[in-house]
Design a protein around this ligand. Structure first.
Ligand code: COA
Length: 177
């Protein structure tokens, strides 16, 4: 049976990091060496790794990072999903939906009740099928530089907002999406 699992980075073994990086490498081919370096450099201790596991082997994962969204001037805590990926041999079997379902269950369970992510236009239908919705007019503000930008031509912002708290002018705050 394929089940979901939730771990902090400190609970993940080096072997599991290699498996997750190798799933990323299937879609974002930068070399395993650079995947592992990126992982070491950008993984924060508060990140949450959600995996799907079949008989002890990871076949899909995503990361949730703590972030914030300014909505009509109010700063809301939110969890940002990154690196959503399902190993190629398991695609098209409902595993992506199962993974996003595990993420939203977690987002609700910890009382954050707000998730967001950036993706490309070709992925919007997948996230819609997972009950995330698209936000149209948003700004993105870098935490480091405080510079603001709009979405690029092919970039899209999807949100999980079960209590419809987002309204008015929306700004995503952070550097890693
Ligand atoms: C995107 C991805 C996570 C989807 O995982 P998956 O296991 O193949 O998706 P599922 O089988 O769970 O599909 C769930 C639903 O989304 C739909 N869907 C999946 N991929 C889709 C796509 N590219 N375009 C349109 N619909 C799509 C499915 O038809 C299904 O719809 P249904 O519930 O109405 O039947 C997977 O293809 C993947 O890892 N892609 C590469 C990495 C990537 O692009 N990640 C997103 C980064 S932001």
């Amino acid at each position: 049976m394929i089940v979901s699992n939730i771990q902090s980075p400190s609970q993940v073994t080096p072997e599991e990091v290699v498996v997750m990086c190798s799933i990323k490498e299937q879609y974002w081919p930068h070399s395993m060496e650079s995947q592992l370096k990126w992982w070491e450099r950008y993984t924060g201790k508060d990140d949450v790794l959600i995996t799907l596991v079949n008989d002890g082997s990871i076949l899909a994962f995503l990361r949730l990072r703590k972030g914030s969204i300014l909505s009509n001037g109010e700063c809301l805590v939110a969890l940002c999903a990154t690196e959503v990926c399902v190993s190629k041999e398991y695609r098209g079997q409902g595993r992506g939906k199962q993974l996003l379902g595990a993420a939203t269950t977690y987002i609700n369970r910890v009382g954050v009740n707000l998730g967001y992510l950036l993706c490309w236009s070709s992925q919007v239908e997948f996230y819609r099928a997972c009950d995330w919705s698209q936000l149209i007019a948003i700004q993105i503000e870098s935490t480091n530089t405080h510079k603001s930008r709009t979405l690029t031509a092919d970039e899209r912002c999807m949100v999980y907002d079960p209590h419809s708290r987002l309204n008015g002018q929306i700004t995503l705050v952070g550097d890693q999406f």
